[in-house]
Design a protein around this ligand. Structure first.
Ligand SMILES: [Zn+2]
Ligand SMILES: [Zn+2]
Length: 386
């Protein structure tokens, strides 16, 4: 009898079932890995709620194919790997073997389209082969394509990254979300134009300090931010953001937009913030964020990863203030190793162990997703082999 693998399957929006699958047979150039931990991402929350359209209006528009095993922020241990996989799957050139601890980029790109050829460091592929935890149903192929499972099947052309030995699992599981903060590296590129983008000692507002917002607070601090102001509806999350380096917090639930704008103006000698980063994941906060900016300030938009509707914006404000708006739906493939090494280097600088606030076993995956949407959580992870 073949070995059975248990996985949490999102059968339809709002309903997760524990199901069993046959352990797949290892194919050429592939690997099978045992799951250690998988983070619940904003994307997983959206799919759970039925907000299931991503990259809308682009050639790689995604509609979540239910039933699906979610989970793409993965720490895993190689169980089986063939010679080709051992030589080709690790992005930074290591040879892999059973027992190696790795993380992975969820996106598997075609390598042939215009974006893959011309902008190869970004998974902006027009013919994305698939994306772990997000784009391939467990009815298809080798079934095990998400981290909320005891094992995961790694297809050829996936990108794995060996985790430095000194990086604990509960920090390594943050790698993908930390990679998304390359938004700030992008903003730095603009400071070759006088005082545009992200400059040393700039005042930065992070709207929403869930995991993505907190990741931005940490990275902004590492990269030389001045004042960091954070907004959120959860005092719990605002408190954590302060422990990780934010200077000023304001709860949007108890304050008006005018009060928040006044605060930003007071803290910036009346000019406005240099950089505002949207990490709420809802378009309703964008007009306020634009108002917080100084002239030629930059607004970065990594939060609205799924289509959560539209919002009216006065375009005149963008023109009149020379605003720069930068959309970011992903991260660079080559950001993983630098992010892991920087997290390891900074283990003593930030209270990293507090970032993951809840660890759930596989049979409580639904509770894990619900907890990740609660105000008293930061990163929630599922550890299938607890
Ligand atoms: Zn994610
Ligand atoms: Zn491509």
């Amino acid at each position: 009898m073949s070995q059975k693998v248990r996985a949490a399957v999102l059968v339809e929006p709002g309903r997760i079932e524990l199901q069993e699958f046959d352990m797949p047979k290892l194919g050429k150039g592939a690997a099978i890995a045992k799951m250690v931990m998988s983070g619940v991402c904003g994307t997983d929350k959206h799919s759970f709620k039925g907000e299931s359209v991503q990259n809308k209006g682009t050639k790689n528009e995604i509609r979540i194919p239910y039933p699906i095993i979610q989970g793409h922020e993965n720490v895993l241990i190689i169980e089986e790997i063939d010679d080709i996989g051992a030589r080709t799957l690790e992005y930074d050139g290591s040879t892999l073997k059973p027992g190696d601890r790795v993380t992975m980029c969820p996106d598997v790109v075609c390598g042939e389209c215009w974006y893959c050829k011309n902008m190869p460091n970004y998974p902006w592929c027009e013919k994305m082969l698939f994306s772990y935890g997000n784009m391939r149903s467990c009815n298809d192929g080798n079934h095990l394509y998400g981290g909320f499972s005891e094992y995961i099947y790694i297809e050829p052309h996936s990108r794995l990254y060996k985790i430095p030995d000194g990086l604990p699992d509960r920090v390594a599981v943050l790698t993908e979300v930390i990679c998304v903060t390359w938004t700030l590296d992008k903003a730095k590129e603009f400071n070759s134009f006088s005082l545009e983008g992200f400059n040393f000692n700039d005042t930065i507002v992070v709207q929403g300090v869930g995991p993505l917002g907190l990741a931005h607070v940490i990275k902004a601090r590492m990269m030389g931010a001045g004042k960091i102001i954070v907004t959120d509806v959860s005092d719990y999350r605002l408190g954590l953001a302060k422990e990780f380096g934010a200077d000023i917090s304001i709860n949007s639930k108890n304050t008006t937009e005018d009060e928040r704008l006044d605060l930003v103006m007071r803290e910036t000698r009346g000019r406005g913030a240099d950089l505002v980063i949207e990490c709420v994941g809802h378009p309703s906060v964008v007009p306020e964020g634009l108002r917080m900016l100084r002239k030629a300030g930059m607004y970065i938009e990594p939060g609205n990863f799924v289509d959560a509707g539209s919002v009216p914006i006065n375009i005149h404000e963008i023109c009149a203030k020379n605003l720069r708006i930068v959309g970011m739906c992903n991260h660079a493939h080559n950001a993983y190793l630098p992010c892991m090494e920087m997290m390891e280097r900074s283990l003593g600088w930030f209270p990293w162990e507090k970032f993951v606030t809840h660890i759930y076993p596989l049979n409580q995956a639904e509770d894990a997703i619900k907890k990740s949407m609660a105000e008293d959580s930061m990163k929630v992870v599922i550890a299938a082999n607890l």
